[in-house]
Write a protein that binds this ligand. Structure first.
Ligand code: KDG
Length: 334
């Protein structure tokens, strides 16, 4: 009877103060798969998510991170969430275009000038509206994390100007905007899942790839790539996803706790990624990568060369979306 009284009191307190107590949560294991190494900005953020959620729910909701695509690549994990076979993942928005093609907007080159603009768009109405489109496809878009500004690496030569990309076999994400963009640069764009990338670089199946410096460092691409060329050609978001099939079975308190933890993990991940970025550059130098930064003039030439890829995306039913993003950015830049 005493125990029942305690539960009654806890429930009464919770309902009075709106704060959820451990009694409001069911013991759950959440399989949280991701593609990068455990010791990467992505892995550290999944760990931070798990720790915050466990604390917030009295240990009842336990997220377990599965690193290095051990539960599958981005597309395979997206399908596992849709089917209800996995609860959560974090993926590049670029790999979502097969499910919701408007996410290709984030792949357009030279759209964001800095991280602050990206944060404003992604966390504002624009980013929320896009994430909300996923629910009809069986996914819950919780928050955006930072993958970061993407740069080029390759094993053949420094990329100092547009012409240096001629004939370079460049791995890109499985996404039409990236394929079109790098083909328009004169490279030979080869779409490949991230989980196959290191082997493809090591075996020279591809000459190069493009990713943020955090990924280049944490994935040890310096072991198989000699040249790093700083272009910052695309700001790449990650998005934290939950399975809608699983999500719909959660209590209101459980959903609220996961949403609050997702926001905490977003702020942790962005801070960690930005701090780690400068350290990553130092490590890549120490590991012997030859690093060059493309001039503004050469970046302008890349931007001009990419215009057909942007026009093609826009013409594929996304004219209004592109205009909306440009208008939102103009407001931010005022
Ligand atoms: O699973 C890897 C993804 O999270 C992301 O890092 C993908 O940027 C990416 C790439 O180049 O595939």
């Amino acid at each position: 009877m005493k125990k029942f009284g305690k539960i009654l009191l806890a429930t009464a307190l919770a309902s009075c103060f709106g704060s959820a107590l451990a009694a409001d949560f069911n013991p759950r294991i959440i399989r949280f798969g991701y593609g990068l190494a455990e010791d990467s900005n992505q892995g550290r953020a999944v760990k931070a998510f798990a720790e915050d959620l466990a604390k917030r729910t009295g240990g009842k909701l336990r997220a377990k991170g599965f690193a290095s695509a051990s539960l599958g690549n981005d597309n395979q994990m997206q399908n596992a969430l849709i089917g209800g076979a996995q609860e959560m993942t974090v993926v590049s928005t670029a790999t979502l275009v097969g499910i919701e093609d408007s996410f290709g907007i984030y792949d357009l080159p030279f759209v964001f000038r800095n991280e602050q603009e990206a944060d404003s768009i992604l966390d504002g109405e624009f980013g929320k509206k896009l994430a909300a489109k996923l629910e009809a496809k069986g996914l819950i878009g919780l928050v955006y994390w930072e993958n970061g500004f993407r740069n080029l690496t390759n094993s053949k030569r420094p990329i100092t100007k547009l012409e240096d990309m001629q004939g370079v076999k460049l791995r890109v994400m499985q996404n039409p905007v990236y394929i079109d963009m790098f083909n328009s640069f004169g490279a030979n764009a080869i779409p490949l899942a991230f989980s196959e990338l290191f082997t493809a670089l090591e075996s020279r199946t591809v000459d190069g790839q493009e990713n943020p410096v955090n990924t280049i460092q944490s994935s040890k691409f310096y072991e198989v790539q000699k040249y790093l060329s700083i272009t910052r050609h695309v700001y790449s978001p990650w998005i934290v996803l939950a399975s809608k099939k699983w999500w719909d079975g959660l209590t209101a308190a459980e959903k609220k706790a996961i949403q609050e933890t997702a926001l905490v993990s977003r702020d942790f991940e962005r801070k960690d990624s930005r701090e780690a970025g400068s350290k990553a550059m130092d490590i890549l130098k120490q590991k012997g990568m030859q690093i060059n930064v493309l001039s503004t003039k050469e970046l302008d030439r890349l931007q001009d060369a990419a215009r057909p890829a942007i026009a093609k995306f826009s013409a594929n039913g996304h004219t209004e979306l592109v205009k909306e993003l440009q208008a939102d950015l103009a407001k931010i830049r005022k």
